[in-house]
Design a protein. Structure first.
Ligand SMILES: NC(=O)C1=CN([C@@H]2O[C@H](COP(=O)(O)OP(=O)(O)OC[C@H]3O[C@@H](n4cnc5c(N)ncnc54)[C@H](O)[C@@H]3O)[C@@H](O)[C@H]2O)[C@@H](O)CC1
Ligand SMILES: [K+]
Length: 552
């Protein structure tokens, strides 16, 4: 698992390394600057001769990193200019030290306004305005500086006259990644794109779009969630010598959200093995309470997801009308059915039937395609009150809870909810934009308030465990923004729980597997993904797990 930190936690780790362990601040900075300079060199070499590198620096240590990197590049023979924003005399000690070294070496140091006049513009821009020290919205002079930098980066101010595309050696970009024409400068963000909040990923009024980010020690939470993630480009984590012990350091102000984790391929090993001496009961029984009249697809996709990710036996509990079609679509599933009249007519009998089903199940999915008829409230209530196994609630299950908030009183630690932003907004009464502005905060608050697991779905899904552990998903593609994708996810989570994983682990790992399955299908293009293919591909991803291909 990868560890990601909030900016405040990073500052605490920084201070711990310097003050408690005794690693001098400038030593860390030298390594940080070197990591940036190495990337800048590659970008500059891709542009070829005549490349002009600018370091745009603020008055803090992020700026000091920029100045130090500019010095290293200058010493290697690259044409380099430093542009300063903010008041140098009020800058950090490190900044003043770095600037005095740069000046003694004859590197031009100018104020940011002079960027407008610089002939030929730049081909590589190091963004060292703000790092993890950014703590409020950007305004005034800094904002004007960033507006100008933004224009330069998008080629709008017309000063880029770098080498023509003919004079740039073709194919010299690393893996062909750098632009081979000079119309726009290549922007390398130092630590984090300036203007992005390092904890939430929010844009603090304005932010600079980077092509790549070189970050130090640990990745920042703000570049793992949107919109920060889309400003960061490719993120490289440079080891600059922080000891692991530095993670013990707590931010000065108490901060509940300071660390998050992200799955990597090695985490697929967490999926339990499939034992040779087994039968369909060994791998858990999944009950899927889903579907409504003329709505059978969601139930089918969830059931398919569950089977493809390891469940031994899947039963779909749905309205009578869906029986024939589901039996045809997925003969492997058991179908149990009810009629809304039966539910409304004899509440006690219906409740007994649900209790029986809950006794049968090892894990329950509640919600896909249930619709919003009045009877759905009773179905949700009966399931929540009689299930003593994990229940994954999605879609109409969540909408029903949102319109009947008393249902939250039946939440237990076995509950996993999988809302998208709209469903989360309905559940919490917040606006979607408020949730979008801080996904970590939204998932954390809901999960810890109710003591449940919350999978908050977005392009970068955040999972919060019932005690507040946070996981950010890094797999997946835009191809997955399709109908049915969420239904498959519920099935995958259920399948993993049926294999024996606990709710929290199944949740973050399932989200990761779902994303990898999306990547697998996207190999055929981003537009054409079907949810059924996603479920199938989940099976392929599962085959790569510890037990997925074992035969003994
Ligand atoms: N030895 C160290 O301390 C190291 C620091 N490093 C760098 O230092 C950075 C952090 O440096 P700093 O803590 O000095 O902070 P920054 O350089 O990120 O920000 C500068 C200062 O701007 C001020 N500020 C915050 N929001 C503002 C706003 N909206 N408008 C105007 N001013 C604002 C704050 O007072 C802040 O200290 C890291 O991101 C990293 O790049 C790295 O060199 C690693 C080692
Ligand atoms: K920066």
């Amino acid at each position: 698992m990868k560890t990601l930190l909030s900016g405040r936690k990073m500052k605490a780790a920084d201070a711990y390394a310097i003050e408690q362990i005794g690693i001098p601040s400038v030593v860390l900075m030298e390594r940080a600057a070197l990591a940036v300079a190495l990337r800048a060199e590659k970008a500059a070499d891709a542009f070829g001769p005549g490349c002009h590198i600018w370091a745009l620096c603020g008055a803090g240590n992020n700026g000091a990193d920029g100045v130090a990197a500019a010095r290293m590049l200058h010493l290697k023979g690259y044409r380099t200019t430093i542009f300063m924003a903010g008041r140098e005399e009020k800058g950090t000690q490190e900044l003043q030290l770095q600037l005095s070294i740069a000046r003694r070496l004859g590197i031009p140091v100018k104020t940011w306004e002079r960027m407008k006049e610089e002939p030929g513009g730049c081909q590589v821009l190091l963004d060292g305005l703000f790092g993890v020290g950014l703590s409020r919205e950007i305004e005034g002079e800094y904002k004007r500086c960033m507006e100008l930098a933004g224009e330069i980066l998008t080629g709008k101010n017309g000063i880029q006259e770098g080498p023509s595309s003919e004079s740039v050696p073709q194919g010299t970009g690393i893996y062909g990644k750098y632009p081979t024409t000079s119309s726009k400068p290549w922007c390398i963000a130092i630590d984090i794109p300036s203007g992005i909040h390092s904890g939430t990923g929010a844009v603090m009024e304005i932010a600079l779009q980077a092509d790549e980010t070189v970050t130090f020690g640990w990745e920042k939470m703000g570049t793992a969630v949107y919109p920060g993630r889309s400003f960061a480009g490719t993120v490289t984590v440079a080891d600059i010598g922080f000891p692991k012990e530095a993670l013990q350091a707590e931010p000065e102000e108490e901060e509940p959200i300071s660390i998050a984790y992200a799955c990597e391929k090695a985490d697929l090993m967490r999926v339990p093995e499939r034992k040779a001496y087994s039968n369909k009961g060994t791998f858990g029984r999944v009950l899927i309470a889903a579907g409504s009249k003329n709505m059978s697809g969601a139930a089918y996709l969830s059931a398919l997801g569950a089977y493809r990710s390891g469940a031994g036996l899947v039963k779909i509990l749905t309205v009578e009308e869906n029986r024939a079609v589901l039996q045809t679509l997925l003969p492997e599933a058991i179908i149990a059915s009810y009629t809304p009249e039966q539910l409304l007519g004899g509440r006690e009998d219906f409740k007994e039937m649900i209790e029986e089903q809950m006794k049968w199940a090892d894990v329950v999915v509640l919600g896909p395609g249930l619709g919003n008829e009045p009877y759905v409230e009773y179905l949700v209530e009966d399931i929540l009150t009689s299930a003593f196994v994990p229940v994954i609630i999605d879609a109409d299950g969540l909408n029903t809870i949102a319109s009947h908030p008393y249902l939250t009183s039946y939440y237990t630690e076995n509950i996993v909810i999988t809302p998208h932003l709209g469903e989360m907004a309905r559940l919490t009464g917040q606006k979607t934009e408020e949730i979008q502005a801080d996904l970590f905060g939204a998932a954390f608050s809901y999960a810890t308030h109710y003591g449940i697991t919350c999978v908050l779905k977005d392009a970068a899904t955040v999972t919060a465990g019932r005690e507040g552990a946070l996981y950010i998903n890094t797999s997946g593609t835009s191809a997955m923004a399709k109908a049915g994708s969420g239904d498959v996810l519920t099935g995958i989570l259920a399948g993993l729980m049926a294999l024996g994983l606990e709710e929290e682990e199944a949740a973050y790992l399932g989200v990761y597997i779902h994303g990898l399955a999306g990547e697998e299908v996207s190999k055929n293009g981003l537009h054409s993904l079907l949810a059924t293919e996603l479920a199938r591909a989940a099976g392929t991803v599962m085959a790569g797990t510890k037990g997925g291909n074992k035969t003994e």
